[in-house]
Design a protein around this ligand. Structure first.
Ligand code: GTP
Ligand code: MG
Length: 589
């Protein structure tokens, strides 16, 4: 068995994103061992994702149909065993242990078998919450309880944690694989790992809680279908995380706007001596969180499940907590709750859309991302947008397996021919040729203003950083069109020149470089966004109108342009020629 924890981060200052893969592997002779498998590759840019959701809708939620067995045909498997334990860092190898070979008829038969052998749905689950709430500990414990990490590894981590005077952090070390993270006891990069329950294959995305790493959290949440919101019940910690300006509120709001429609709210650290599985403490947290979750757009009855756990002790996780310890809890344990979550299926037959979150060279050009719409098959011809490069799909990798075909919701690596790695940036979209994604420099959106810095005024000329699926790009509000009445939800008649915190406003937004987007109503994940300024989220929004011709103007007007780094070190990097820019203008009024 091979268990990997991959780390991903969005550069906060520099132009690099590092991807590092750590592998827990099982050797026949020696049992489970920890291997640092691949050291990261520097990749252009800051970025990543954000796919925001407007609070009221649930459409576009990832699917579970992703889950559908027929949508993933396994072609080849990663090698399962490693005879030798390696403890050294190796040069980057983005696809560890994946065999690269042509698929023969025999393999076809094998692949079919393997497909049938894994008839489980797939869900991406992001762990969010205030710093030190216990996200990595809980994620690590899940891997331990699901048999991915053995006792010896845990003992090794106990010793390492003790040496670093961080005794209680040993479980978090399973997810916090970087030295910096272990020394500080804080997740920096999103950790990614896989585990399975009876019915579901899960990809865990362990987000950082610290406010400095919100862009990484956004990246993790934007790839997720569901969220586990970890709240510490320890005395004072819930209060710091929720009531005193901690990250709990921002994470919930971002998760909702990024399309995480279902939440498991785990009240963690129930074993702590200040809590001692107290029903009163649990009820207090539930009663304080409920109105806030409602206000953030969650239907608490339908979309949120509360449950108490101890991530550190592994209690109420794989099996229900013992009645002698917690007599008042009659609900499910974490694994049961994860298994029961239902998500709106997505259409595997929709036009193909996969925002690219990462790319690298490996026997061709490999792009990584989550399929937001449609399906992909080996041999398909696709477009990389917005530079309109025609490409061919040479191979598809899903988790550890090479597959022939994959549907919506899957996290994939796709090897392409017809494009160089340097001609792709994070935020580009791998798209169907027949119905390509729109590429625009301007669009109309409905924005909800959250909290402007120093109570600034939101007006034409306001500049911010736009996060939309995997794009991070500077933008400017060029015109406020109308304000929405909060009571009637209808446009107000009076011309609006500025709005303040809490307002909902429809406005025209411009970006310097062409970006791929869609109307929220058509493809929610590609049409929801956040605006951030100086490290704070100031607004969330959804795209409501795209310029006429945004899908076809590229055909004749634009030649593919080599990707370049924008002022933010990110974005699509495609400058729109002035003539085309003019065509893309939305008529005012
Ligand atoms: P960031 O990544 O920095 O946002 O933190 P995190 O949410 O991942 O928290 P982490 O898992 O690193 O745990 C922080 C501290 O809380 C560590 O000392 C853990 O041992 C402790 N902790 C986590 N879960 C539990 C729990 O269930 N019970 C107790 N008593 N302590 C816990
Ligand atoms: Mg952590």
């Amino acid at each position: 068995m091979v268990q990997q924890v991959a780390k991903e981060s969005v550069g906060t200052k520099g132009n690099h994103k590092r991807t590092t893969i750590f592998t827990y592997t099982h050797t026949k002779r020696t049992g489970f061992r920890f291997i640092l498998y691949a050291e990261g590759k520097d990749i252009e840019e800051d970025i990543r994702s954000l796919q925001l959701d407007s609070a009221e809708e649930n459409n576009g939620v990832v699917n579970p149909g992703d889950a559908r067995p027929e949508e993933v045909e396994v072609v080849d498997k990663m090698e399962e065993d490693s005879e030798e334990v390696q403890a050294v860092s190796q040069p980057v190898h983005p696809e560890p242990k994946v065999k690269h070979k042509e698929v023969s008829a025999v393999e076809d038969a094998e692949s079919q078998q393997e497909t049938e052998g894994n008839n489980k749905r797939h869900l991406n689950v992001v762990f969010i919450g205030h710093v030190d709430a216990g996200k990595s500990t809980t994620g690590g414990q899940i891997l331990f309880l699901s048999g991915q990490v053995d006792d010896r590894t845990i003992q090794k981590y106990e010793k390492e944690a003790k040496d670093k005077s961080r005794e209680s952090w040993y479980m978090a070390y399973i997810m916090d694989t970087n030295e910096e993270e272990r020394i500080k006891g804080k997740t920096v990069e999103v950790g990614r790992a896989h585990f399975e329950t009876e019915t579901t294959r899960f990809t865990i995305l362990d987000a950082p809680g610290h406010k400095s790493y919100v862009p990484n959290m956004i990246s993790g949440a934007s790839q997720a279908d569901i969220g586990v919101l970890v709240i510490s019940a320890r005395k004072g910690e819930f209060e710091t995380g929720f009531e005193k300006g901690g990250q709990t509120r921002e994470h919930v709001m971002l998760a909702k706007t990024l399309g995480v429609t279902k939440l498991l709210l785990v009240v963690n650290k129930m074993d702590d001596h200040t809590v001692n599985w107290s029903k009163e403490r649990y009820d207090e947290i539930e009663s304080k969180m409920t109105p806030f979750l409602k206000a953030s757009g969650y239907n608490v009855k339908k979309d949120v499940q509360f449950l108490p756990i101890s991530g550190l002790m592994g209690l109420n996780m794989k099996t229900r907590v013992d009645k002698s310890l917690c007599p008042w809890w009659n609900g499910p344990c974490l694994f049961e709750a994860l298994d029961r979550i239902e998500i709106t299926p997505r259409d595997p037959n929709g036009p193909f859309r996969m925002p690219i979150i990462d790319k690298f060279k490996d026997m061709g050009t490999v792009v990584m991302g989550k399929v937001e719409s449609g399906s992909v098959r080996e041999g398909d011809s696709l477009l990389v947008m917005p530079n309109k490069a025609q490409v061919k799909v040479l191979a598809i990798y899903c988790d550890d397996n090479r597959v022939r075909h994959a549907g919506p919701g899957e996290n994939l690596r796709i090897r392409l021919s017809g494009i160089e790695e340097e001609d792709i940036l994070s935020g580009f979209v791998l798209s169907s040729v027949a119905k390509p994604v729109a590429a625009v420099t301007e669009f109309i959106a409905q924005l909800q203003i959250l909290e402007l810095l120093d109570n600034a005024i939101f007006t034409a000329g306001y500049k911010a950083v736009l996060h939309i699926h995997a794009v991070v790009e500077e933008c400017e509000i060029v015109e406020l069109l109308h304000q929405i009445d909060l009571k009637t939800k209808k446009p107000m008649k009076k011309k609006v020149l500025f709005v303040k915190n809490g307002a909902i406003v429809v406005c025209r937004i411009q970006v310097n470089n062409s970006i791929c987007t869609e109307k929220f109503a058509d493809f929610a994940q590609l049409g929801r966004f956040t605006l951030r300024t100086e490290g704070k989220t100031v607004a969330v929004g959804k795209v409501t109108e795209l310029p006429t011709g945004s899908r076809i103007c590229w055909e004749n007007m634009c030649l593919p342009v080599r990707a370049r780094t924008s002022s933010l070190g990110c974005g699509t990097g495609l400058k729109v020629p002035p003539t085309v820019g003019a065509l893309l203008r939305i008529p005012r009024g």
